[in-house]
Design a protein around this ligand. Structure first.
Ligand code: KG4
Length: 339
């Protein structure tokens, strides 16, 4: 008999609910919060309030679209962390209340693991190739940049991670300096298409191992703009496409250099990418290029599963359900955690 999981994601500024039947996605509904755009970043208190407004209609819609009734659901999976504490509290409390009222188990999900396991979501009538174990996953989002060795659904090892900013943060902060709206990553990606990626050179970090650093790039980007704008006040407007293309190329080169090193040293050549920044067209192109040049078997998620979504929480919940890995109603959310 199939297992039906209702999943809830509320770690940052997207309220999302999904229903899965085993590893098949039946529905995935997300309400994004536009309220943060005018602030140039996510305002935690506003995010929590918007989650409170969105959670009931989003969960109802996900159940409705799945074609199931709430009595058909076998367990509720929810993002326990990492994320913004106020945002997590909303999803966690809702999941606990619903599981208690329906008398079904509760499954806590690590948001970072969920991004990686998004590769295992299947949908009726859609082609799908999941990576075999072990594989390496480049996890790049607004809050994280990690290289993870994935040995099994429930066995992951961080090989390297950022020691300061995340790749998405570098995109967003540099975009803000150029006066672009939040989140800047997709805007930089779009503007970069018309730009010269070699026009400007920005600083790349020299740190050992598989760790990343993006704070030096951010500073070098800021100083370039400061010096050039002092000479020409229209510098940013006149060079916007080239600045975006050069920034994007530098971020992608930093990401791929360490990833290439990790693939070489581990000998694992099944390589996946996950997280919001995996929507980036230059990063996707770099994966295709490395596949051709070095024989990597690559796994790139569908756009719908790159940014925060409950489908990925649901697939993780499904694997944990099979292990009977349920959680107690007393467990609190956590703002920070490793994989
Ligand atoms: O995974 P995600 O939705 O949220 C976190 O858990 O952080 O990732 C959001 C990040 C933002 O920094 C956003 O600018 C970035 O993903 N992003 C992109 C693109 N689409 C989203 N960065 C570069 N290029 C894109 N096309």
């Amino acid at each position: 008999m199939s297992i039906h999981i209702l999943a809830i994601e509320s770690s940052c500024d997207d309220t999302s609910a999904a229903v899965l039947s085993d590893n098949y996605l039946l529905s995935n509904v997300t309400a994004s919060q536009k309220v943060h755009e005018s602030y140039g970043g996510v305002v935690p208190e506003l995010a929590s309030r918007a989650h409170q407004q969105n959670i009931v209609p989003v969960v109802s819609e996900a159940i409705k679209q799945s074609g199931l009734k709430k009595e058909d659901i076998n367990a509720i999976a929810f993002t326990r962390g990492p994320g913004l504490m106020g945002s997590l509290m909303v999803g966690t409390s809702f999941a606990k209340g619903l599981s208690a009222s329906l008398g079904i188990p509760l499954i806590d999900v690590n948001h970072l693991q969920a991004h990686i396991l998004a590769h295992f979501i299947e949908k009726k009538d859609e082609d799908h190739v999941a990576p075999p174990f072990p594989f390496i996953c480049l996890l790049v989002s607004g809050g994280n940049s990690q290289i993870v060795l994935v040995k099994a659904y429930n066995d992951m090892q961080i090989l390297g991670q950022t020691i300061d900013d995340a790749a998405g943060e570098a995109f967003d902060k540099c975009a803000k300096v150029m006066g672009l709206p939040y989140p800047g990553g997709p805007v930089v990606d779009r503007l970069a298409k018309e730009g010269d990626s070699q026009k400007f050179k920005f600083c790349k970090p020299h740190i050992p191992g598989f760790d990343y650093s993006f704070s030096g790039l951010k500073t070098s980007f800021l100083y370039t703009l400061r010096d050039e704008v002092a000479k020409n006040p229209n510098f940013v407007q006149e060079n916007l496409n080239d600045l975006c293309a050069s920034l994007q190329t530098t971020v992608v080169e930093i990401l791929m250099d360490k990833l290439k090193k990790a693939v070489k040293e581990t000998g694992v050549n099944h390589v996946a990418v996950a997280g919001g920044v995996s929507a980036n067209s230059a990063l996707r192109a770099a994966f295709e290029d490395h596949s051709k040049r070095y024989g990597w078997k690559i796994y790139i998620p569908k756009f719908a599963y790159t940014t925060d979504n409950a489908a990925m929480v649901g697939i993780t919940g499904y694997f944990k359900y099979q292990d009977k890995d349920f959680c107690d109603i007393s467990l609190p959310p956590y703002a920070r955690v490793e994989i």
